[in-house]
Design a protein around this ligand. Sequence first.
Ligand code: FUB
Length: 308
Amino acid sequence: MTETMTEEKTFHKNPIIKDIYTADPAPMVYGDTLYLYTTHDEDELVNDFYTMNDWRCFSTKDMVNWTDHGAIFSLDDIGWADARAWAPQAVERNGKFYLYCPVHKRNGGMAIAVGISDSPTGPFKDLGYPLVDEGDWNDIDPTVFIDDDGQAYLYFGNPELRYVLLNENMITYDKEVGIVKVPMTEEAFAKGSHDTGTSYGEGPWFYKRNDLYYMVYAAFGVGKQNEHLAYSTSDSPTGPWKYGGVLMTEEGGVFTNHPGIADFKGHSYLFYHTGDLPGGSLFHRSVCVAEFTYNEDGTINPIPKCDG
Ligand code: FUB
């Protein structure tokens, strides 16, 4: 089981975490605290690709003072996985915390693992087998949301967006409904240059505000090298989706970006990642945050990258 280490830190400026490279921010508000789960880009690269072995957790009560809870779950805790501790998301249900994590399986292909804990800061214990395992590239970047009627949704996918209906236990899904593929239309995700022809790329973040469902995601613009962030909305948790616009342009300066949205103590925040720490690169990213507001009709104007 991963050892946790707690350390107090004060961060006033982006990137929030300055002593290691972090990416794929996933905020979770629980009680009076915002917990921020991230991936961890190791300094050393193997085969010129991401070296990512564990998931980190940081927490704050004021968005200034952060507590570093260290590695709260790692590949060492998942016997059937051997690499790619990629973009996670956490949720609480009935007093238990579930951390959904994409990983590379020992026998090949990506899959979604679930870590379970009695505490938001872990340690998390692996379910013992993949929750979603189609064996293709789509089994990455899970985003989880429990609706007011108790139905939980797990969206995920690259290059397609897919979802399952989670059962109340949060560790199985409705096998009759199965894995549903979201139609990749231009109306839903705008024209783009990704494999689907639309802008949806990866890193979905699913949530609801004032009866409107939001899907924020990393997007591929036509003729652009780096991902930007965009969003779509729907009156229903399962679509149809309508393209909402660009949230953040390719300001991160690295190929990927990854959104995480949270309302906390009366403010709305977009967490994202850049290559802004010294030595930053596609494989050495750093988590940042920007405050934003909604328009009265629920639309969101582009959010500038925030340096302060
Ligand atoms: O961090 C590894 C992968 O890069 C994530 O799963 C994607 O969202 C992208 O950020």
